[in-house]
Design a protein around this ligand. Sequence first.
Ligand code: A4P
Ligand code: MG
Length: 181
Amino acid sequence: MHGVSIFSRAAFILKSMSIVAYIGLGSNMGDKLATCRRAIEMLGKAGRVIKVSSFYCTEPIGYVSQEDFVNAVVEIETPLSPTALLAHCHVIEDALGRSRLVRWGPRTIDLDILLYGDEIISGAELTIPHPLMAKRAFVLVPLSEIAPEIVHPVLKATVLQLLHGLREDHRVSLCDASVNP
Ligand code: A4P
Ligand code: MG
């Protein structure tokens, strides 16, 4: 009985220390949908996955001679610090065969921490909010599906407002789950 109460107290403390974070997923090599699904399963080890957006098929931005991407966003409640969460993301990327040959180039999976509560972090290894999130439809479309009213802590605008203010028109469409894009 005593053990149970210690356990539930520890669970309560962990939960009260948890932060809600948003992680963007992108894949444009191999079985993109399956890789994204596997990455989401593995994110379950970093906390409690609360929401997952639809999968979107998106035109590549930055380095354009590559295949279309599958992009999605996950909401996770995590007891991990931002750097520990980033390290967990790198472990998942490595396990799913990510190599880093070209910046913005093809990848089996890319995990970006978009938001971590309302924290603002500006370091050599980690910048939160993700510096380019507000300029990218492939992030804002899935993010607005699961968290339209979340406020960007630097820009002080909701995700929906950022999406409506977006000037780029790169293609972002729902993936047809029956095919591997
Ligand atoms: N890093 C700093 N802040 C963060 C953060 N908030 N989340 C550092 C994750 N990582 C962060 O990342 C390089 C370094 O960024 C990491 O070591 C980490 O310490 P990377 O994943 O190795 O390289 P990358 O992804 O090629 O570079 P970067 O700058 O993260 O590019 P993005 O922003 O991820 O863009 N087009 C479409 N349609 N869909 C896409 O998903 N993705 C990219 C890559 C380009 N075009 C795309 C897509
Ligand atoms: Mg990245």
